[in-house]
Design a protein around this ligand. Structure first.
Ligand SMILES: NC(=O)C1=CN([C@@H]2O[C@H](COP(=O)(O)OP(=O)(O)OC[C@H]3O[C@@H](n4cnc5c(N)ncnc54)[C@H](OP(=O)(O)O)[C@@H]3O)[C@@H](O)[C@H]2O)C=CC1
Ligand SMILES: Nc1c(N[C@@H]2O[C@H](COP(=O)(O)O)[C@@H](O)[C@H]2O)[nH]c(=O)[nH]c1=O
Length: 595
């Protein structure tokens, strides 16, 4: 309902309308403040876990007191709403829950919604509908069907103060919103320049322009990104590490974009013991160097047309939500021209280096008049130590109003629409439509531990169980410690990170028969998961007739690869399980052939 202001002729009505208006404004200010707080909370896990949809929840009593708060730590961990409900305890009854975004509940278990319903929450205020089409509106419908009053900012009520609060909800999930609306990840171009606009001296030397404090902020920015990208020249000139040196948090993948592949043999980026590196290059470039990189554990991806757009579309398909560009001006200009940069973050240091040949942050864009200049929007200025941090958007965050038609809405328009019609079903990221097929989906399983077949334990996800099994039964305290670290990892991503890095760094801790048993281990875990959760089993059965492919372009064993070159073992095991459920097969995973 939009607010409207009318001219009154009756003083009585006028007073009443004014009083009502004051009341409405007061409510709006309260709602806006709590929604902004929910958005702030949603950002609390930034840099600690890999980028994921950000959720925050505030529960406020009818007197306007905060009774409980929560935020999602990582994909698959306890929902923000459930944490806030636990904190607010008996104060939940009749209170209002403020959510920056509609809960995803992407696995059909409605944990977030159930927590609110069971706690007796009276009203829910939602900052933003879920941006992904297959999730959009479903939690809101569910809450309403349970008798809870749900107000959506921008739909059920509007005002300047609420609009600002809604903007903070858009900002905190900008990468996810971009994922929903475009085919490229959310990209931030970051650079440090002197007051005279140089990113290095004429010699190319650039360490350092910005202060230590500013560079610490860069580590935080890296921690919030799925990947950091640079061009070939920056690798040759700086030999960067591109790590987020801020403790135990998330470390982004490093990406190098190079046409020539004329890169040094010795480079910090080729050390992949802690973080992986992907080199994207022109098809056919320096095959011998490609082999060298592969021997170092660096992944090389060839492109027929190496340009920022193709590269970003590729990483979008790989599930990347956000990319930090830390390249020089040459690649930055190319990326801006290709319209893949959404935000710019510039650290301006109070230094002058001069030099007509010293590089600047953005190379040639082909513009000749100031009227052609790109204007940043929503610009922010912040002093960081001696430097000034200027940031702003090159493209607005796409607003999802008016509503993108959901599956239900499409069905209403076209009853012949069949969402399950596709003959190949791809799944990968847990928040996607078939995300619950992923090992990383937040479904815990109870499985035996080690040799003691009747000693059952709960594992937070299939991935936890799978990774831990690499080290099970090995007579070494470090192996046992590894299993425990994986078992207690706070997210499937963490479990995978520990399992993979320990396997790389300490191969002697991996059980001898791992290669022989890993498929069976995975199959048993999947079987347990789909048998434990009836809604997952139904979803799996609903795909009957379709080929299931894990759309992981880099895992060529479990995934299908970029061009179908992967073995797609995860897809195969799921299809095998499906046919077992349908009574067509009772073969075990051991019999799954490589053919
Ligand atoms: N102060 C700061 O914030 C930063 C400063 N720097 C400084 O900048 C200087 C390097 O700048 P610059 O030369 O611009 O480095 P870039 O990081 O922009 O690298 C340019 C290279 O990127 C590769 N590339 C691949 N595809 C493309 C494409 N479509 N368009 C453009 N480039 C592509 C090419 O590599 P190839 O030649 O291998 O084919 C090209 O030579 C260094 O002195 C470095 O210290 C760098 C980053 C940040
Ligand atoms: N010179 C410069 C930056 N340069 C960027 O940082 C990279 C080096 O990262 P690392 O090896 O991880 O420390 C370098 O290659 C370039 O991308 N960044 C800044 O915040 N401030 C600076 O003054």
């Amino acid at each position: 309902m939009a607010l409207s202001f009318r001219v009154c002729s009756s003083p009585l009505i006028c007073r009443a309308t004014l009083a009502h208006g004051d009341n409405v404004r007061h409510h709006h200010a309260n709602d806006a403040a709590f929604i902004r707080r929910a958005a702030d909370l949603a950002e609390m896990s930034a840099g600690l876990t890999s980028p994921h949809p950000n959720f925050g929840c505030v529960i406020a009593t009818s007197t306007g007191k905060v009774a409980g708060e929560g935020y999602l730590y990582a994909q698959g961990t306890k929902p923000a709403e459930a944490i806030a409900v636990e904190a607010a305890r008996e104060f939940c009854r009749g209170s209002t829950a403020y959510l920056n975004m509609e809960p995803g509940d992407c696995h059909g278990d409605h944990t977030a919604v159930s927590a609110l319903v069971q706690a007796g929450i009276g009203r829910v205020v939602v900052g933003l509908r879920h941006p992904l089409e297959h999730l959009r509106g479903s939690a809101i419908r569910e809450l309403r069907s349970q008798g809870i009053q749900v107000n959506i900012i921008g739909e059920d009520f509007q005002s300047k103060v609420l609009e600002d609060a809604r903007k903070s909800c858009l900002l905190v999930n900008a990468p996810l919103i971009h994922r929903a609306c475009s085919r490229v990840p959310f990209s931030v171009l970051k650079y440090a320049m002197t007051l005279d606009g140089k990113i290095a001296a004429s010699s190319g030397h650039a360490a350092w322009i910005s202060s230590k404090l500013s560079r610490t902020r860069v580590f935080e920015l890296r921690g919030r990104s799925d990947a950091v990208i640079v061009g070939g020249n920056t690798v040759r000139q700086d030999d960067p590490r591109l790590t987020a040196r801020h403790g135990q948090g998330h470390t982004p993948t490093r990406i190098v974009m190079t046409q020539s592949l004329d890169l040094p043999e010795k480079a910090n980026l080729w050390d992949v013991s802690e973080v992986s590196t992907i080199v994207v290059t022109q098809r056919g470039a320096r095959k011998s160097f490609q082999k060298f990189l592969a021997s170092k554990g660096v992944e090389v991806v060839e492109f027929d047309m190496l340009n920022p757009r193709e590269v970003m579309e590729y990483f979008h398909l790989r599930g990347y939500l956000s990319i930090l560009w830390e390249c020089g001006g040459t690649l930055a200009a190319s990326a801006i021209s290709s319209s893949v940069i959404h935000k710019v973050v510039a650290f301006v240091a109070p230094k002058i280096i001069g030099g007509t040949k010293a590089p600047s942050p953005v190379g040639d864009l082909g513009m000749v008049e100031m009227t052609q200049a790109l204007n940043l929007i929503d610009v922010c200025y912040e002093q960081v130590g001696p430097d000034m941090l200027v940031s702003g958007f090159l493209q607005p965050i796409p607003d999802l109003l008016p509503v993108i038609p959901s599956e239900d809405a499409t069905l209403e328009i076209d009853p012949g629409f069949n969402p399950f019609e596709a003959s190949i079903i791809f799944f990968y990221k847990t928040w996607d439509l078939y995300g619950s097929f992923s090992n990383f989906s937040p479904h815990s399983i109870r499985m035996p531990y080690g040799e003691e077949k009747d000693d059952y334990m709960t594992w937070s996800s299939v991935e936890h169980y799978y990774q831990a099994n690499k080290f099970v039964g090995v007579e070494n305290p470090m192996a046992r410690d590894c299993v425990e670290r994986i078992r207690t990892a706070r997210s499937p991503e963490e479990a995978a990170r520990i399992g993979r890095s320990m396997q790389r760094q300490k191969p002697e801790l991996v059980r001898n028969d791992w290669e022989d048993v890993k498929i069976e281990v995975m199959y048993m875990a999947l079987k347990c998961k789909f048998s434990t959760y009836p809604h997952l089993k139904s979803q799996l059965l609903s795909t009957a007739g379709s080929v299931l492919v894990e759309a992981s372009p880099h895992d060529l064993f479990w995934g299908g690869g970029r061009e179908g070159e992967g073995l797609n073992y995860l897809g195969r095991l799921l299809m095998q399980l499906r046919s077992e459920y349908l009574g067509k097969s009772s073969v075990s995973a051991e019999n799954t052939s490589l053919a």
